[in-house]
Write a protein that binds this ligand. Structure first.
Ligand SMILES: O=C(O)C1=C[C@@H](OP(=O)(O)O)[C@@H](O)[C@H](O)C1
Ligand SMILES: C=C(OP(=O)(O)O)C(=O)O
Length: 449
């Protein structure tokens, strides 16, 4: 049945239109799925591999567009990265402070993580000049959140809108250590400052208002950096200068990608999915807690630790969901999963409120406005809040013509909503999914029964 339910219409090359036609008899989802490698960990493995001495071997690297952008930026500065399309990717590091001045503009594509983390690295490479840019979405996203602390360290960065928007120019400097109290819980800000601190003489500290994902801390320590971590105050310090040594990295499956299948398996009737090898680092499992609050039937199986990150298989079965409130410190632990959680809420009984998530307005798209408008076009009842959404669940959805707004998480979230909408749904610019999940539509086809 799957071939007739999901079709991707390819007009010349791009954009692609995804068409989901739900049969009148309904559909169910069944099967075992492996999600691609974690995007955050993939970026960090490539970056630390490039800055380390010796070789780093990466198993399970995400082959999405975002990590490809990171790889090409660091290749342009002298790191040797083997063919990304093989099972084991090798990075021949050049050692800290050895990055070459690139002869052209570094292009971070659609990837905020690439640009923000790289700005910390480039700012601390004294005597070299760099220019960085990205696609139209990334050029509209705020960089002041990293430019400000870097300027406090002595960085020289220039760009539009008071040095806050790419394209940006960076003149590498000998930086000084700071204690930065970040106003937002952001792993990109935290990681940027810590990476800038690697070459700095003395102690560079970041304190954040709530704990954000800690992959940088884990991987920096695995590569040989000594960090002081104070969980009481959400503070991390690096004592520079440090040396990094190449490591073997095993990248677990991305829980942010698994989230689409967790919600799909819960909302589509008569379904059961086993999602294998998913990273369940506690700084990333907010989505499991939120779905549990909503009554989803999800179990963790085969829990284990792989190369310093906790991993499990996740089994989900169709469940009757109920609305809940998602707010406060859990938000940074599920920030990228809010679009798909909004889909879960649309099919839940009662009201769901998502608050404290204004960050969603400055992601690849304004994810609050876009999700509210797109799901409402299918008949959902969502009102925008300045920092979230109020969703009244339980109204049946009808297929409609939708758009991803070139945002990968929106494209995939709408495809899952379409599985439970009557009739036919068209999602324009669906190819955006390849930023973090190139095989998403093939996997979707394979589990429709
Ligand atoms: O550090 C990272 O790898 C990421 C941090 C988060 O962004 P913020 O740091 O802006 O919250 C997240 O939304 C992004 O997808 C990846
Ligand atoms: C926000 C995201 O990524 P980035 O900030 O790296 O573009 C994301 O993947 O949802």
């Amino acid at each position: 049945m799957s071939a007739s339910v999901i079709t991707v219409e390819i007009k010349q090359n791009l954009p692609h239109k995804l068409v989901v036609r739900r049969p009148e008899s309904g559909l169910s989802l069944n099967g075992n799925i492996r999600v691609p490698g974690d995007k955050s960990i993939s970026h960090r493995a490539l970056m630390l591999g490039a800055l380390a001495e010796g070789e780093t071997r990466i198993e399970g690297l995400l082959l999405g567009e975002d990590p490809r952008s990171t790889a090409s930026c660091f290749q342009a500065m002298g790191a040797e990265v083997s063919d990304l399309n093989t099972e084991l990717v090798r990075v021949k590091g050049i050692g800290l402070d050895n990055l070459l001045e690139p002869v052209d503009v570094l292009d971070a594509g659609n990837s905020g993580t690439t640009l923000r983390l790289m700005l910390g690295i480039l700012s601390s490479h004294a005597g070299r000049f760099f220019t960085v840019t990205g696609d139209s979405s990334l050029r509209s996203r705020p960089m002041s959140r990293v430019v400000k602390p870097l300027e406090q360290m002595g960085a020289q960065i220039w760009g539009r809108d008071n040095n806050s928007k790419a394209p940006l120019a960076v003149s590498g400097q000998n930086l000084k250590p700071i204690h930065y109290h970040s106003p937002i819980a952001s792993a990109q800000v935290k990681s940027c400052v810590l990476l800038a601190g690697l070459l700095v003489e003395g102690k560079t500290t970041v304190t954040e208002p709530a704990l954000s994902r800690d992959h940088s801390e884990r991987m920096l320590q695995a590569f040989g950096a000594k960090l002081d971590i104070d969980p009481e105050t959400n503070s991390v310090s690096v004592n520079g200068p440090v040396k990094l040594y190449g490591q073997n990295v095993v990248v677990p499956g991305d829980i942010s990608s698994a989230a689409f299948w967790l919600v799909a398996g819960a909302i589509v009737s008569d379904s059961e999915l086993l999602i294998e090898n998913v990273g369940v680092n506690p700084t990333r499992t907010g989505v499991l807690e939120a779905l549990e609050m909503m009554g989803a039937d999800i179990t963790r199986e085969n829990e284990r630790e792989v190369a310093g990150e906790p991993v499990a298989d996740l089994r989900v079965r169709s469940s009757k969901l109920k609305g809940c409130t998602i707010e406060g410190d859990i938000i940074p632990r599920l920030i990228d999963e809010i679009p798909i959680l909004a889909v879960a809420a649309v099919f839940a009984e009662g009201s769901t409120v998502i608050k404290d998530a204004a960050e969603l307005r400055v992601k690849e798209s304004d994810r609050i406005t876009v999700m509210a408008n797109q799901l409402n076009a299918m008949g959902a009842s969502i009102s925008e809040l300045p920092d979230g959404m109020q969703i009244t669940g339980g109204t049946p959805l009808t297929g409609a013509e939708l758009d991803s707004f070139t945002d990968h998480r929106i494209a995939m979230s709408l495809a899952i909503a379409a599985l439970n909408a009557s009739g036919s749904t068209e999602i324009n610019r669906a190819e955006a999914a390849s930023v973090s999940y190139p095989d998403f539509f093939d996997t979707l086809k394979s589990i429709i029964k």
